[in-house]
Design a protein around this ligand. Sequence first.
Ligand code: GLY
Length: 300
Amino acid sequence: MKPRLIVHGGAWDIPDQHVEAHINGVRAAVETVHPLLEQGMSALEAVERAVNILEEDPTFDAGRGAFINARGDIELDAMIMDGRTLDFGCVAALRNLLNPVSVARRIMDARDFRMLVGPGAQEFARAQGFDEVPIEELLTERELKLYEKIKNDESFKPISAFSGQAPSDTVGAVALDRDGNLACATSTGGTPRKHPGRVGDSPIVGSGGYADNESGAASATGYGETIMRVVLCKTACDRIEGQGAMRAAASAIETLETRGKGYGGIILIDPRGGYGFAHNTPRMAFAYADGREVVARIET
Ligand code: GLY
């Protein structure tokens, strides 16, 4: 099986001046990780590594660069799923961590649970030896400016972030390894000025990500409250068999728009290695490996 890797860096109205940073960010994740997949890295390891790279890049709303919530704090959500076993790990409302997806991966290996939130997730991360970072390490000038602009603006609605009036940049990765195993991972800072404790689609199995060797694997980005309505990633994976990856992605996004009344984007890989991607936002940043070449695009 030829290894495959596709990543996204969010779907929104990416302004022209941020296009280069987005393309460079998603390209770097694929350029770094796809060769490792070719050398035999598992799909699960690959999606974690690719998302780590995107979390550390301040361009994106995940890890460093995440949105600031209504209390002036940063709370992070992430998930990872193994298409071979259908096992998963999810974390939500995690603070002061640069790589929440790696905490999700450790949760996946825990004996008694698969999803942790808030202080319990924090306690688990600490016990697992993750280094907590000061909030300044995650904060960017860009997000501070946005926060100052919207913190008392009663007319601001989170859905504006996805239809094109404010930034939104969840990150995700989907991989197929040499053994034919699929995996996905998604990580986010959520929505601008979100309510403390608000959890979106990203750490929810089936909505923000889904992976099953028998149907396909996907990662979503967009307005979580609407993505959850249509369980976007599971919906897309279920449609692959009849339609192929590309049409399954497009038809799932159509369902997000018509039934979910929402905005977002999706990347996916079918069990034979076919890619799919679609969005109904003005733009989406993504990259994938095509043989030895890396294709990095802002799709409009
Ligand atoms: N898709 C990210 C969120 O709504 O939290």
